[in-house]
Design a protein around this ligand. Structure first.
Ligand SMILES: [Zn+2]
Length: 296
């Protein structure tokens, strides 16, 4: 596996690529722009992306995250609200469980504690929670922690959750000046992570997927409305086609199967409803460094 030989040698050896999944909570696609989110726009320029991916209903943070990781809708995994002790249905299989079965080293960094149980106990080898309370730069700190960990330990999989945009959306409203300012901070956090990967040569080892869990309107995201259900889905890395607008429907249920395909895991048959997004894969891509020349 990539992880063991890579970590033990400390050299950039070839092997199955690692994966970084970033969720920016409550990021609406129409909030993305060169001015507000230059780093995400840069990822789109050099990756595969859609601004029309669809999330599930109820579009609440914890149910959606279970759908991202178990590739089934809330009606199947059974987590229907933001409870602090979720009990998903017994026949659901989390991406984290699949990775653990393959001996992968998975890690998670999040500033909302309810996300601690997205896989079975033992599926995560490292996790870090830090409360965002009173810290408008919490996302940046989470990204910096994740970037440092990735640089030092080279996990096979890293989940980074940035939750402050959602907090500001609830207090100030979606698309408000405060919301846009907080999204700018989340974008800078992603920029820091990307810059760290690039400067350490790890941009050739990791594919990166940045998405949201839901959009929103007014001060919440509870209605079944296109502004709530439509999210960005942006992927870049050595296995990904460049300048590739994704055609056709994309669902949050497709995230876990696509990650398994990107990590070149042997086929198994988890009871998932999503499918890998075949059109984004680039088998013989000429690898280029991740230049991020736009201002952070
Ligand atoms: Zn959310």
């Amino acid at each position: 596996m990539m992880g063991r030989s890579f970590r033990e040698s400390g050299k950039l050896q070839m092997g199955p690529p690692g994966m970084i999944l970033v969720v920016i909570d409550a990021m609406r696609p129409d909030a993305l722009s060169d001015r507000t989110t230059p780093n995400l726009c840069r990822l789109m320029d050099h990756g595969a992306w859609t601004l029309k991916a669809q999330t599930v209903f109820p579009s609440l943070t914890l149910p959606v995250h279970f759908s991202i990781f178990t590739s089934v809708p809330p009606s199947r995994h059974g987590v229907l609200n933001n409870c602090d002790r979720p009990q998903p249905a017994g026949d659901t299989v989390s991406l984290l469980d699949v990775l653990a079965r393959h001996g992968k080293y998975s890690s998670a960094f999040y500033n909302w504690e309810n996300l601690r149980a997205l896989g079975k106990p033992g599926s995560l080898r490292y996790c870090l929670f830090s409360s965002p309370e009173g810290d408008p730069d919490s996302d940046y700190r989470m990204a910096a922690s994740a970037a440092s960990f990735i640089r030092r330990r080279h996990p096979d999989f890293c989940f980074l959750y940035l939750g402050t945009v959602d907090l500001v959306a609830h207090s100030h409203g979606f698309m408000s000046p405060a919301y846009m300012k907080q999204l700018e901070k989340a974008d800078a956090a992603v920029g820091y992570l990307v810059r760290t990967l690039s400067e350490s040569g790890l941009d050739q080892r990791y594919n990166l997927l940045v998405q949201s869990d839901h959009g929103g309107r007014g001060h919440d995201h509870e209605a079944s409305h296109p502004e709530v259900l439509t999210i960005p889905w942006i992927c870049r890395g050595p296995s990904i086609r460049e300048d590739c607008p994704i055609e056709g429907p994309v669902s949050v249920l497709d995230t876990a199967p696509t990650i398994c395909r990107l990590m070149e895991l042997a086929q198994e048959d988890p009871p998932w409803e999503g499918r890998p997004l075949q059109q984004i894969f680039e088998k013989h891509k000429t690898k280029t460094a991740w230049t991020m020349e736009r201002a952070m």
